[in-house]
Design a protein around this ligand. Structure first.
Ligand code: NI
Length: 139
């Protein structure tokens, strides 16, 4: 995307809110108030995309499971093949002798992704499941 013009504008805040903002800027390693505020706005746009019914969004589902659990790897495979149009990629890491960590990158409507995350996370033997929600929004 072509580099866009940056526009400055003034925001009026109560002093206490500005102090709270500045504490977060330092705590999270931001270089400037502007960068922090830009990210706040982007995070809100991602939230709004996820609140829509038909918007295209992306998610990264991280799961940990015990691959010895009878039938679990087959079920995980079946769910993902049934929804292959929504699965962009998976990454598998062997954590130790028993446990596997998988990240599954998903694309679809918020409802489709939430359903798949619940289905996969709810399988017996999956001991951890967390969905990171994102979407392509304005830079
Ligand atoms: Ni493994």
């Amino acid at each position: 995307m072509a580099r866009q013009e940056t526009i400055r504008f003034t925001v009026s805040l109560p002093a206490s809110l500005l102090e709270a903002l500045d504490r977060r800027i330092v705590g999270r390693g931001y270089e400037s108030r502007s960068e922090f505020v830009r990210d706040l706005i982007r995070a809100r746009l991602v939230e709004e995309a996820w609140a829509g019914a038909d918007t295209e969004v992306h998610g990264a589902l991280t799961i940990v499971y015990d691959h010895h659990r009878r039938g679990l790897t087959d079920k995980l495979h079946r769910v993902q093949h049934n929804q292959f149009v929504h699965i962009l990629c998976t990454q598998h890491v062997h954590l130790d002798h028993d446990h596997c960590l998988e990240t599954i990158v998903l694309r679809g409507t918020p409802g489709e992704i939430e359903r798949m995350a619940l289905e996969i996370g709810g399988l017996k033997g999956v001991s951890f499941a967390e969905l990171a929600r994102t979407a392509v929004v304005e830079d």
